[in-house]
Design a protein around this ligand. Structure first.
Ligand code: ADP
Ligand code: MG
Length: 359
């Protein structure tokens, strides 16, 4: 049984600062989910630099917010030009995270929902994380409820590991509703920053630099002694939480290999918090394109590690789809987060709606 179906366009721009993903989902915000096409619109180098200036909450945030919102409007126009598919019911606009400190009650995503609604003529849901943080939750991860909807018929226990700028896991247990989710550690962000600084590339394409180096195991062990890994979930990370563990003493290739080993070690450390070990790990996000990361995970996790494409999902669009799905849940007043995903006390609705006509 399904309720009314909504056509939602999800817009996600993660902490990797690589660009904007736009993906269509048609859903009732519950069990019915049909995924559609997706596009990625990369940020230009200048935009990336402007966002970097705002990381941590400083910088010209207001003007960058306007610029980013216009870029999202352009991404919507481009999506609709490439995939003319009838009118949208809602846009789920995540915005660009520049600061995430739930313990201080703060999480900041740059993105002007009213402006995007005006530009696109479509209702916009944004500000997905604030209500959860205000209620004492971690504000992240929010995608688990979408993973759970997609994975309804898959064998469990199952882990979905998203390798974005930060890495996060969704564990789905054998009981229908059983779910646990948290950030596992760094994903790509530190690796991206490293290769940018050392070889002037925006990421380590196909893991080439890391695969040419050797990880500093002692350094990885020191990193693993960080209290974050022992802390019980739910828990979440700021993009730059592990900035102090960048292995400045190493040559470029060894440093990249070490950062890759840290990403894998974080995921391995997550295992001890899972009620039962997953039968398989499904990888989403850009890091699944990095063979250095996937090989390290396959060694570390003790269960098959496969891209989410193995079960027919689109790993580059998953997060964007999730924010389309969450936008529909927001319209319906359904919870976005749960005690087992963000640590919030009770299932928590969220998101802020800007109607196109009023915006
Ligand atoms: N071919 C590739 N080789 C290595 N890394 C890749 C490749 N493709 C994408 N990536 C990594 O994925 C990142 C983007 O991942 P993404 O899931 O979009 O993260 P976020 O959600 O933080 O934006 C890039 O910054 C890069 O580090
Ligand atoms: Mg991205």
């Amino acid at each position: 049984m399904s309720g009314r179906l909504y056509r939602a366009l999800g817009l996600m721009s993660g902490t990797s600062l690589d660009g904007i993903d736009a993906a269509l989902v048609t859903t009732d915000g519950r069990a019915a989910v049909e995924t559609g096409p997706a596009i990625t619109v990369p940020y230009g180098e200048r935009t990336r630099d402007r966002i970097r200036e705002c990381l941590g909450g400083g910088g010209p945030a207001a003007s960058v917010e306007e610029e980013l919102t216009e870029l999202h409007a352009e991404a919507v126009r481009r999506f609709l030009a490439e995939h003319p598919a009838g009118p949208l019911d809602v846009i789920g606009f995540h915005g660009q995270t520049i600061l995430h400190r739930p313990k201080e009650g703060r999480t900041v995503q740059l993105g002007d929902g009213a402006l995007l609604a005006r530009r696109t003529g479509v209702d916009v849901v944004c500000d997905f994380r604030s209500a959860d943080v205000a209620a004492g939750g971690e504000g992240a991860p929010l995608v688990p409820v979408y993973h759970a909807a997609l994975a309804a018929s898959l064998e469990r226990p199952l882990a979905v590991l998203n390798l974005g700028g930060v890495a996060n896991v969704t564990w789905l247990g054998t009981g229908g509703e059983e779910m646990l989710a948290f950030d596992t550690g760094p994903g790509n962000a530190l690796i991206d920053d490293w290769v940018r600084r050392h070889i002037g590339a925006s990421f380590d394409r196909d893991g080439a630099l890391a695969l040419a180096g050797r990880a500093d195991r002692q350094w990885v062990a020191r990193f693993l002694a960080h209290p974050y890994f022992a802390r019980r979930p739910p828990k979440s990370l700021d993009r730059d939480e592990f900035r102090g563990f960048v292995p400045e003493h190493l040559a470029p290739a060894d440093g990249a290999a070490t950062l890759v080993a840290m990403t894998a070690a974080g995921a391995e450390a997550a295992l001890r918090h899972l009620p039962l070990p997953p039968r398989r790990w499904l990888l989403g996000g850009g890091g699944r394109h990095n063979p250095a990361i996937t090989a390290a995970l396959a060694r570390a996790l003790g269960a098959p590690v496969e891209p989410v494409e193995a079960v027919g999902w689109d790993g580059d669009a998953l997060e964007a789809q999730a924010f389309g799905y969450l936008a529909v849940r927001s319209l319906l007043g359904l919870p976005l987060s749960f005690p087992s995903t963000t640590g919030v006390k009770a299932p928590m609705p969220g998101g802020r709606l800007f109607r196109a006509l009023e915006a």
